[in-house]
Ligand binder design. Structure first.
Ligand SMILES: Cc1cc2nc3c(=O)[nH]c(=O)nc-3n(C[C@H](O)[C@H](O)[C@H](O)COP(=O)(O)O)c2cc1C
Length: 375
């Protein structure tokens, strides 16, 4: 019995790690998940957010849902922001609970840019790198809608946006967060600038690949000024695929150069969402993580389709320092304990991901001693 227990506890996922100035007691990271529960006035996190994140404080690190850096960033219903005093107070209750329960939590910073919709912006056109429709679906209070042709951002709007990220990071620190993560994947503002199909600019923020990645670099440096040490992570993925986004050789070459340049910036970690596993439940392919491991000399968090064994394997192979889990954390608030005790995982209900209310959000129980032990 003792032998079995120590074997289960001797997992790479359960070893401590340092991601910049973030000290993690284990390598099981909660990945960011939009849950659309800020349904009251002013997009303020409420008591349910405090419970939800508090229940998951056993994670080595919690990365919150994406949160708006400003009102102009908004592009999804009922997502909280970090630009008002009420929002900062709401987040303070969340960080106090997580810290009291022994956890660490960073805030993900989000801006949807051209992937927003006039319905989110009081009728105003969204703005992006160029006046090119990203041709995505956007979720508005009236249901899913097609994106529109945005306005091209002026240089002064771009500078204001960088300043908004700086303020958002300062606000995150005031709210008690241990750091921030820059949301730079999907079809949103930063990947719009990285993408030559959407960024047709000829100024300092476009043209060649160095110009297209300038916005991200400036945002990272601006956010980093909120702390003395390394407390800013970046979440990237070259694999977002839609009409205007393709992980072709040119995209991969752009991201190779981008990841190499990130080594010169004061990051806590790089959070890489890999390609979708070949089939549901299939082991994630290690090649993508190996590629960025070679290029980036700081800590790497791997994501997309991992379970307990595959998470241990990618860390054991030296390809990642930590693994992030999104969907497993929905229905397994005590995911780390379940990994440590080798318990079965519960399945979450995708039907309640974005519905609002407590159902499917704060009502998943922790496991009990005789729940589905696998050995
Ligand atoms: C309900 C839901 C909401 C998500 N919201 C975000 C988000 O706000 N920011 C982000 O970077 N990724 C978001 N993602 C992507 C996840 O962080 C993650 O990359 C994806 O679910 C794959 O990880 P998994 O296989 O562990 O679930 C979301 C995923 C889900 C299922």
């Amino acid at each position: 019995m003792t032998t079995t227990c120590s074997t289960v506890l001797d997992q790479p996922l359960l070893r401590p790690a340092e991601l910049g100035d973030l000290q993690l007691p284990n390598r099981v990271v909660m990945a960011p998940m939009t849950r659309a529960r800020a349904t009251g006035e002013g997009l303020v996190p409420n008591g349910m957010h405090t419970d939800y994140y508090g229940q998951r404080a056993g994670a080595g690190l919690i990365i919150t849902e994406g949160t708006w850096v400003s009102e102009r960033a908004i592009g999804f219903p009922n997502v909280p922001g970090v630009y008002s005093e009420e929002q900062i107070s709401g987040w303070r209750r969340v960080t106090d609970a997580v810290h009291a329960l022994g956890g660490r939590i960073v805030l993900q910073l989000w801006h949807t840019g051209a992937a927003s919709h006039p319905d989110h912006l009081g009728g105003a056109l969204p703005a992006g790198p160029s006046a090119v429709d990203p041709r995505e679906r956007t979720y508005t209070p009236g249901g899913p809608k097609a994106t529109v042709t945005p306005r091209e951002m002026t240089i002064s709007e771009i500078r204001n946006t960088v300043a908004e990220y700086r303020t958002a990071a300062v606000n995150a620190r005031r709210a008690g967060f241990d750091g921030v993560e820059v949301h730079a994947l999907g079809p949103f503002l930063i990947p719009q600038f990285l993408n030559p199909r959407l960024n047709r600019r000829r100024d300092a923020y476009g043209g060649d690949r160095a110009g297209r990645r300038r916005l991200l670099m400036e945002i990272v440096d601006a956010a980093a000024t909120a702390w003395d040490g390394r407390r800013v992570g970046v979440r990237l993925s070259p694999y977002w695929t839609a009409e205007r986004f393709t992980a072709d050789e040119r995209t991969l070459a752009d991201y190779d150069a981008l990841v190499a340049e990130l080594c010169d910036h004061p990051l806590a970690y790089l959070h890489l969402r890999g390609p979708a596993p070949a089939a549901p439940g299939a082991a994630p392919d290690h090649d993508a993580f190996a590629r960025y491991r070679r290029l980036f000399d700081g800590p790497l968090i791997a994501n997309h389709g991992f379970g307990r064994e595959t998470g241990n394997a990618v860390i054991g192979a030296g390809l990642a320092d930590a693994v992030s889990y999104a969907t497993h954390f929905v229905a397994n608030p005590d995911l780390v304990a379940r990994f440590a005790l080798d318990r079965e995982l519960a399945a979450g209900d995708p039907g309640t991901y974005y519905t609002g209310g407590a159902g499917g959000y704060v009502d998943y129980p922790a496991s009990r001693w005789n729940d589905g032990v696998r050995r």
